[in-house]
Design a protein around this ligand. Structure first.
Ligand code: KIV
Length: 279
């Protein structure tokens, strides 16, 4: 496996017109296999609030939970760049609080953090966080943490003016020091225009084919999360059925006495067995 990916590798990909891959992971074993498969960036996305913890949206998760999942993923990862999503309200009160919480993710093993939005307030936070040496991935277009303000899971950048607005936000993020930018739920022509006008790489999350990279939520890719399926989430497997069938078979085997078998038990030696039978 090639050496550890850094933010410089990511920029080189863009400069050389080479696509790269981003995938979420939340636990040790999943991160291990994703890393071995050669994924470039592993994102501990706050999507785990929904996929792993069963919350209705991403806003319910906190810093402590993100730290725990970051530790698990970081321990498993040798190759990929590890980025942790900063949860809702963890970088919103003061610059000092933002630096402290982002620093917690670095101490937990992340190589950088992702921060949603590009309002003046958020841009200022990003400047402070990058200035202390913490790489930041930006995120514009549809930003789930702004769900209540946006008013629904709406596609962004649907007009010429709206595309220019996202580009302006992305340029400001670039100036604030981000090393890459997620574009979420944006028409692919708008995402292409934005990508062509930026120096840093863009990562498509439902923003079409012309971004520099693609990101998917691992549970969508594995076919594990079934509460809803975004249009852009390609399913590469059917883990839901796999888990269901394994659990069903196990349940039946326990109840019928087929599990455990001779090979799956520890047995006593003959002498000990004789004594047991005598007493
Ligand atoms: O939370 C997440 O998983 C994300 C990605 C899908 C971009 O933000």
């Amino acid at each position: 496996m090639a050496k550890k990916i850094s933010i410089n590798t990511i920029q080189k990909y863009k400069d050389n017109n080479e696509k790269f891959s981003v995938l979420t992971a939340y636990d040790y074993s999943t991160a291990k296999y994703i890393d071995e498969a050669g994924i470039d960036i592993i994102l501990i996305g706050d999507s785990l609030a929904m996929t792993a913890l069963g919350y209705p949206n991403t806003n319910s998760i906190g810093v402590t939970e993100m730290e725990i999942f970051t530790k698990a993923v970081a321990r498993a990862t040798n190759h990929a760049l590890v980025i942790t999503d900063m949860p809702f309200m963890s970088y919103h009160k003061t610059e000092a609080e933002a630096i402290e919480n982002c620093g917690k993710m670095i101490k937990a093993g992340a190589n950088g953090v992702k921060i949603e939005g590009a309002t003046d307030y958020i841009l200022n936070v990003i400047k402070h966080v990058t200035q202390v040496g913490i790489p930041v991935m930006g995120h514009v277009g549809f930003t789930p943490q702004f769900l209540n303000a946006i008013g629904g899971y709406n596609i962004q950048g649907k007009t010429y003016e709206a595309t220019l607005e996202i580009l302006e936000q992305a340029k400001k993020l670039e100036q604030a020091g981000v090393f890459s930018i997620v574009l979420e739920m944006v028409p692919e022509e708008s995402a292409q225009y934005i990508t062509e006008h930026l120096k840093v790489p863009t990562i498509s999350c439902g923003a079409g084919r012309y971004c520099d990279a693609q990101v998917l939520v691992c549970d969508d890719l594995f076919g594990k999360f079934s509460d809803f399926k975004p249009k852009f989430a390609r399913k590469y497997g059917d883990m839901k059925s796999l888990i269901f069938n394994c659990a069903k078979q196990y349940n039946e085997d326990v109840k019928s006495g087929k599990f455990p078998s001779d090979e799956e038990v520890f047995t006593l030696g003959e002498d000990e067995l004789k004594q047991l039978k005598i007493h």
